[in-house]
Design a protein around this ligand. Structure first.
Ligand code: ADP
Ligand code: MG
Length: 261
């Protein structure tokens, strides 16, 4: 369902590592694509977990997010298809780690991703930007290019630690670069139904973020952590698994919240 209106651009951000950003980018992305949306995922993390998790062989990438940001390579040339129809990705390589430093002295250093995306926003319904686990210039580029921020929060000790720092950065980007940026959602990930801790975190996060919190909670399941090594989203790897069901529901909830159903 390609549209003539511009894509909704969502930065998936949380400066903590290991909270489920890449897993959410891959599986929310695949879920949305399978529900008829035309999807692009931009991998903004030098670790490239999203790219490899979508089956991109990182040894054979010619153009990546790095060249798009630093050399102003046309983003169209960097876009790769994936095994899921209507799910495309701009892959990242480890070179992108250098971009954090190289950007510092560059012209329009915070707006380079926003500028790069401009020519293609009408070709997609949703663009997800998978941010790295830091609040440096790469993440700032992600936030400056986005309409919305979605933040995965792990149902673990210190879940909310650092979240106020993220929100502060969102405010700074709103004030100076991107006044329309909104915090669209908080996504609870790695929920373990056997522990009261997980339930406590859900409670805490809902109290803190209210309706911003997605109703769908992503369970901790081994299948979700296995899928990336097969280069497949959970929908392809094990469509009947609890993880697949949860991300499918998250995609539905995303579409409802955006008036897309
Ligand atoms: P981030 O991108 O925030 O660093 P990832 O999405 O890469 O986090 O997740 C960190 C690790 O946890 C990965 O090994 C991933 O496979 C695993 N993981 C993510 N979500 C889940 C989940 N719901 N259940 C089990 N493992 C998960
Ligand atoms: Mg990641």
């Amino acid at each position: 369902m390609a549209t003539e209106v511009d894509a909704t651009i969502v930065a998936i951000a949380n400066q903590k590592g290991g909270v489920g950003k890449s897993t959410t980018a891959i599986n929310l992305g695949a879920g949305l694509a399978l529900q008829g949306e035309k999807l692009l995922i931009v991998d903004l993390d030098p670790q490239g977990n999203t790219s490899s998790g979508l089956g991109i062989d990182r040894a054979n990438i010619e153009l990546s997010t790095y060249e798009v940001l630093i050399d102003e390579a046309p983003i169209d040339d960097a876009i790769e298809p994936t095994s899921v129809k209507d799910l495309h990705v701009v892959p990242a390589t480890i070179e992108l780690a250098g971009a954090e430093i190289e950007l510092v002295s560059m012209f329009s250093r915070e707006m380079r991703l926003a500028t790069a995306l401009k020519p293609i926003t009408d070709e997609y319904d949703v663009i997800l930007i998978d941010c790295p686990p830091s609040l440096g210039l790469l993440t700032v580029n992600g936030l400056a290019a986005a309409d919305e921020v979605a933040s995965p929060i792990q149902c673990e000790y210190y879940a909310l630690e650092g979240v106020s720092q993220l929100m502060r950065n969102v405010q700074l980007v709103q004030q100076s670069l991107n006044p329309l940026l909104e915090v669209e959602g908080v996504i609870l990930t790695m929920f373990d139904g056997r522990t009261t801790l997980s339930a406590d975190v859900v409670e805490q996060v809902r109290q803190h973020f209210g309706e911003t919190t997605y109703k769908t909670v992503i369970p901790r399941t081994v299948r979700l952590s296995e899928a990336p090594s097969y280069g497949e989203p959970i929908e392809a790897y094990d469509p009947m698994s609890r993880g697949a069901i949860a991300y499918r529901e998250l995609a539905r909830e995303f579409r409802r919240r955006h008036g897309r159903t």
